[in-house]
Design a protein around this ligand. Structure first.
Ligand code: NAD
Ligand code: DAU
Length: 359
């Protein structure tokens, strides 16, 4: 076993932020196994071109032979598992890919990790970690006055995406309890920041506001999410990996609950400030309430007391500052934006929004 860690899905939004910040903090080698679906973009990791500490492996986590041989060859000390289908609306339109990657893929990874870990010597077996990155959506939905999700909140997933992540969490848990594989699980709230694919709320609204397009808010816009700046999430994963207790789960949240309509309004105001259009109407005039997402969870909120108490992690970025940085990043990275908005992206936008009637 060596110093390297194996990251899955490292060409996606959180995974690429994680690898970039890992190189600046821990600085030890990273192998990135990614299938490069529509959401995976190797350009996110361009700053690591030519860096001998970084190895990219194009492949599928469902490919047991590939995963097994990669583990035997590279001998990583840990696996940090981000790879997933991650967009709720796509899971409603086409659930099958979610079951394949999120459930079957996690199973393959756990099974191959178990075989690799079983063959390690005693010290390496004790030090090995499998960190499974999951979501708060597995807990279902909250009423306005309900306490935030804690690690003991019962699972109640409501979308095919959430159900597939819940399935993967249960598998991860079972591999610890049955086989002793040193598994850690994190359940995190909504991330935002650089490199997020513009199908998700915040980047979609920033780009539409910049381009004067309508801003499609689902339903009454009062659904609440707990927003976490992606670099804070990456810091949480690093501390769980280094000091978390195997078999435990840790909830990670931003302590920033906001209704969607307030997030979209804040984006409009920031875009008006940074890119003023003298004489034009405020961008809030672009907001349109449209037909809701089926089964739309009303509120998510994370109680992150356990990770604060046990590992000393707290989010560092307040929502206003994180949102400002994010808006600036999308304005300053139009080349990245244009590269990810392919024909397939435009097809998805047409599929998801064309038939949504305005309310
Ligand atoms: P993303 O959709 O941006 O990226 C997913 C990455 O996984 C892509 O690079 C994609 O190419 C890769 N991938 C997909 N299927 C694969 C397969 N079969 N084999 C190998 N690679 C594959 O996702 P994200 O937003 O970065 O989320 C990362 C993880 O964090 C996911 O597990 C997600 O459930 C979880 N999570 C995300 C959020 C959020 O707000 N984005 C919040 C909580 C948890
Ligand atoms: O809570 C963690 C989860 O957050 C992650 O597990 C998921 O991978 C991630 O995609 C995210 O899920 P959400 O469904 O909360 O994120 P999304 O950006 O799709 O939507 C955020 C909120 O905004 C949600 O209430 C739906 C709403 N929305 C979204 C889109 C894309 C709109 O009102 N209009 C839109 O066009």
């Amino acid at each position: 076993m060596n110093d390297a860690i194996l990251v899955t899905g490292g060409a996606g939004f959180i995974g690429s932020n994680f690898i970039l910040t890992w190189m600046k903090t821990a600085g030890t080698p990273v192998i990135n196994l990614d299938r490069l679906t529509y959401a995976g973009n190797p350009a996110n990791l361009a700053p690591l071109d030519g860096d001998a500490r970084y190895l990219f492996m194009h492949g599928d986590i469902c490919d047991a032979e590939l995963v097994g041989s990669l583990l035997r060859k590279e001998q990583p000390r840990a696996i940090v598992h981000f790879a997933a289908e991650s967009h709720v609306d796509r899971s409603i339109a086409s659930p099958e890919a979610f079951i394949r990657t999120n459930v079957q893929g996690t199973f393959v990874l756990l099974e191959q990790a178990r075989a690799y870990w079983t063959g390690l010597g005693d010290a390496n077996r004790a030090n090995f970690r499998f960190l499974h990155v999951s979501t708060d959506e597995v807990y279902g939905t909250l009423g306005p006055d309900d306490p935030a999700f804690s690690e003991t909140t019962p699972y109640a997933p409501n979308s095919p995406y959430a159900a597939s992540k819940a399935g993967s969490d249960h598998l991860a848990r079972a591999y610890f309890h049955t086989f002793g594989l040193p598994v850690l699980t994190t359940n995190c709230s909504n991330n935002y920041g650089p490199y997020q694919f513009p199908e998700k709320l915040i980047p979609l609204m920033i780009l539409n506001a910049l381009e004067g397009k309508s801003l499609p808010v689902y339903g009454d816009g009062k659904n609440v999410r707990d927003w976490l700046f992606v670099e804070d999430h990456c810091a949480a994963i690093r501390v769980v990996l280094e000091r978390g207790r195997p078999g435990e789960t840790y909830n990670v949240g931003g302590n920033s609950e906001r209704a969607n309509i307030d997030v979209v309004t804040a984006i409009c105001n920031l875009v008006d400030e940074i890119c003023p259009q003298p004489g034009a109407a405020p961008r809030t005039g672009l907001i349109r309430h449209v037909q809701d997402r089926p089964g739309h969870d009303r509120r998510y909120a994370i109680d992150a007391a356990k990770i604060a108490r046990e590992l000393g992690w707290k989010p560092a970025e307040a929502f206003a500052g994180g949102l400002r940085k994010t808006v600036r990043w999308y304005i300053e990275n139009s080349k990245w934006v244009n590269n990810v908005r392919t024909g397939a992206y435009r097809d998805w936008i047409a599929q998801n929004y064309a038939a949504r009637r305005q309310l």
